[in-house]
Design a protein around this ligand. Structure first.
Ligand code: AMP
Ligand code: MG
Length: 334
C-alpha cells in the first residue's frame, strides 16, 4: 500500500506518469498562468506549438477582462453599475443565460445576483477588513439577491432595480475551462486544462487509458481523498477549505447561502461535480454545496440536469452518486 502522502503525489502526477511510462508516447508539456484569480494549467502533448498555448491564454485573459468584479471597466462591473441594462457581448449573455438555468434548477442555491452579499464578505475573507459584515448589512444586501430580478429580452439582460448586481465567480472559470477545452480539442489530440478547482480533459491518450482526476481531502487539502476516472468532460470542486477566515472562534468561508447571506452550512465540506458541461459543473458544485447532500440527491433524481457528484461531508464521510460506481476510488476509510 502506498502511504497517503506518496499516494497524493502519485495521483497528482498520474496523468503524466501514465504517459511517461508508455514507451514511445509523447509526454505532456505544461504551461501555468495566473488569471481569473486562480492558477491555470494547460497540459498538452509535448510537440504542441507554443502558439496554441498563447492563443488559449489570450482567450482566458479576454474572459477575465469581461467578467472581473475588480476591474471597473469589465462588462459585468458596468452592468452592475447601470440602472437597468447595459450593452453586453453575446458571450456574456450566453454565460448569464446558461447560469440562470442552473440557478432555476437549484432553486437559487446558486445565485447569479449574489454580488451585493458576496462583495460584503470578500474584503473580510481577504483580510482587508478585520470584522465580518454585520447582520444589518447582510439583511440590507440580501434584499437584492434574487435571480428573478434579472430577465432576458433576446440578447439583452435587464435588471429590475439599480442595486441588483451579478457575480460570475461561481461559474466563469467553469465556462472558461470549457471554452479552452473546445478550442484546444480542435488543435491537439488530447490534453487537460485546470482552473483551480475546475478541470477539463479531452481526447484519447496514446495508451487509450481514461483520465484520472484526484479529489482533495477537505480535511487535509494537501492530500487526496479519492479519484475519479473519466474519458472526457469536467470536474469542478467547491469547498469550504478554498477561501476562509476565522474570527471570534467561528470559521467563515466564501460560499454563501443566498437564503441567509452567511456562509453555507449544509453539512458538506466539499462537493465535486462531474459533467459534460464545464459551466454546469462549476455552477452546480456551488449550488450542491449550498443545498447539502439530501437536497442535491433529490435534484439528481429528477434528471433535470445530467451530472454525477462526490460529496465530502463535514464529519468526514464520502458519498457518491450512483453513476460513479466503478469510476470513483476512495482513499479514506469512512
Ligand atoms: P465556487 O468556488 O465555484 O463555489 O464559487 C464561489 C464564488 O462564487 C465566491 O467567491 C463568490 O464570488 C461566488 N458565490 C458565493 N456564493 C455563491 C452562490 N450561492 N451562488 C453563486 N455564486 C456564489
Ligand atoms: Mg462553482
Amino acid at each position: 500500500m502506498l502511504r497517503s502522502k506518496t499516494r497524493s503525489l502519485f495521483c497528482l502526477l498520474l496523468i503524466g506518469v501514465t504517459l511517461l511510462c508508455s514507451c514511445g508516447t509523447p509526454r505532456l508539456t505544461q504551461r501555468d498562468y495566473f488569471a481569473m484569480d486562480t492558477v491555470i494549467t494547460l497540459s498538452l502533448p509535448e510537440d504542441t506549438d507554443s502558439a496554441v498555448f498563447d492563443g488559449c491564454e489570450k482567450m482566458i485573459v479576454s474572459y477575465e477582462n469581461m467578467w472581473s468584479l475588480t476591474l471597473p471597466d469589465s462588462e459585468i462591473s458596468r452592468f452592475n453599475r447601470c440602472d437597468n441594462t447595459a450593452e453586453l457581448s453575446g458571450v456574456t449573455v450566453d454565460v448569464l443565460k446558461r447560469a440562470y438555468a442552473v440557478s432555476a434548477a437549484g432553486n437559487g442555491a446558486f445565485s447569479l445576483t449574489i454580488a451585493p452579499v458576496s462583495t460584503l464578505w470578500k474584503p473580510f475573507l481577504r483580510g482587508e477588513v478585520q470584522t465580518p459584515p454585520t447582520d444589518e448589512e447582510i439583511e440590507q444586501a440580501l434584499a437584492q439577491v434574487d435571480d428573478s430580478l434579472l430577465s432576458f429580452q433576446d440578447q439583452t439582460v435587464v435588471k429590475a432595480a439599480p442595486n441588483v448586481a451579478v457575480d460570475l465567480g461561481a461559474c466563469a472559470k467553469g465556462y472558461a475551462c470549457e471554452q479552452a477545452v473546445k478550442t484546444l480539442a480542435q488543435q491537439t489530440p488530447y490534453g487537460m486544462v485546470s482552473f483551480g478547482g475546475n478541470i477539463g480533459v479531452f481526447g484519447t491518450k496514446p495508451d487509450g487509458s481514461d483520465w484520472t482526476i484526484g479529489i482533495k481531502d477537505p480535511a487535509a487539502p494537501d492530500q487526496l481523498c479519492g479519484s475519479v476516472t473519466l474519458q472526457s468532460g469536467f470536474v469542478s470542486v467547491s469547498g469550504a477549505y478554498e477561501r476562509y477566515r476565522a474570527y471570534d472562534g467561528i470559521t467563515y468561508h466564501h460560499i454563501i447561502d443566498p437564503q441567509t447571506g452567511y456562509p453555507a452550512d449544509s453539512g458538506l465540506a466539499s462537493v465535486a461535480v462531474i459533467s459534460e458541461d464545464g459551466l454546469v459543473a462549476d455552477a452546480l458544485s456551488t449550488a450542491l454545496f449550498v443545498m447539502g447532500y439530501e437536497e442535491s440527491m433529490a435534484l439528481y433524481r429528477t434528471e433535470q440536469i445530467s451530472f454525477e457528484a462526490v460529496f465530502c461531508t463535514s464529519d468526514g464521510k464520502i458519498l457518491i452518486t450512483p453513476g460513479l460506481e466503478g469510476k470513483f476510488q476512495k482513499f479514506k476509510k469512512k
